[in-house]
Design a binder for this molecule. Sequence first.
Ligand code: PEP
Ligand code: MN
Length: 356
Amino acid sequence: MLSKLKAWPSLQEKKPMIIAGPCSAETEEQVLLTAHGLKNKNINIFRAGIWKPRTRPGSFEGVGSIGLPWLKRVKQETGLPIAIEVANIKHVYEALRAGIDILWIGARTTVNPFAIQEIADALQGVDIPILIKNPVNPDVSLWLGAIERIEKSGVSRIGAIHRGVSQFEKSVYRNNPEWQMALDLKKYLPDILLINDPSHISGNRELISKISQQALDMKFDGLMIETHINPDNAWSDAAQQITPEQLDIILNRLIVKTEQPEGIELKNIEELRKSIGYIDEQLIDLLGYRMKIVEDIALFKERNNMTILQENRWNELVKNHIENGAKKGLTTDFITKVFNAVHQESIERQNNLINK
Ligand code: PEP
Ligand code: MN
């Protein structure tokens, strides 16, 4: 079940699986020029969107079925297997009829169990490889649920694509790379093929190289990178697409690492890990000690009818911690996350003690 090495032969070469091609198929010429640019560039699969799930109406929504024969030509002329996105039963039937090799399910579809079930039903008895993107929100159960539904329809080759998640706040990323979500998925499905999509994470071609290397360092098995013969004039996702030549440069720079390289003396890293282990023990001791004191504070607050939440004091504390953290090279984001977790736990403890 989901045995990635057996199911995906290209992985046996210990090289990342590379899926490349335009965000959208726009014209026959654009598709073929891009595909020929990618031929002999060490890619394994050609991608193109035929039906595009656009967030707002009025943007280019894909050429639709007329693009399917263009992709057939790509396969004939380059030998590359073809992957497209499907979001409903009609897409599945048309893709199968057109001889498409691999289907992927987009992030806006993975959020919807009805849509996934419809696709799963359409796939009954058809063992075509399916790649499933994470949902737009950081919910690993939804992602897992989609994989389970597709698996139940009898599909034996399933891969997961991590394309980041939507966020309310502005950031350098178009979709925040919630690495932990992908690692959590791997906890449930250790053998699943895990592909990273740096294009939709970054939304910006400058970041693609960095995110690709990060993904390989996180033991992703492959990358899906949007590639276009004329990226600046692409009809969708222009800012994040790169040319076949730029892709080639990025791929050649990537370093594929191993967890335990053969013939390397591991003694030094073991010493360092031991130090980290001691520090973690101390952190736990201190956190335990801190929480005991919090309980005394709770009793004081109870005796004197003080609220548990003392916002001003807490804000002052965090401000100081951020300043001190910066002196030690710790980011505001990190300090805020750590101390928010500490604060939440301490509020809960006080609540339990006072309002039990
Ligand atoms: C795409 O791959 O072109 C796409 C629409 O991606 P996502 O579903 O990740 O937004
Ligand atoms: Mn796209």
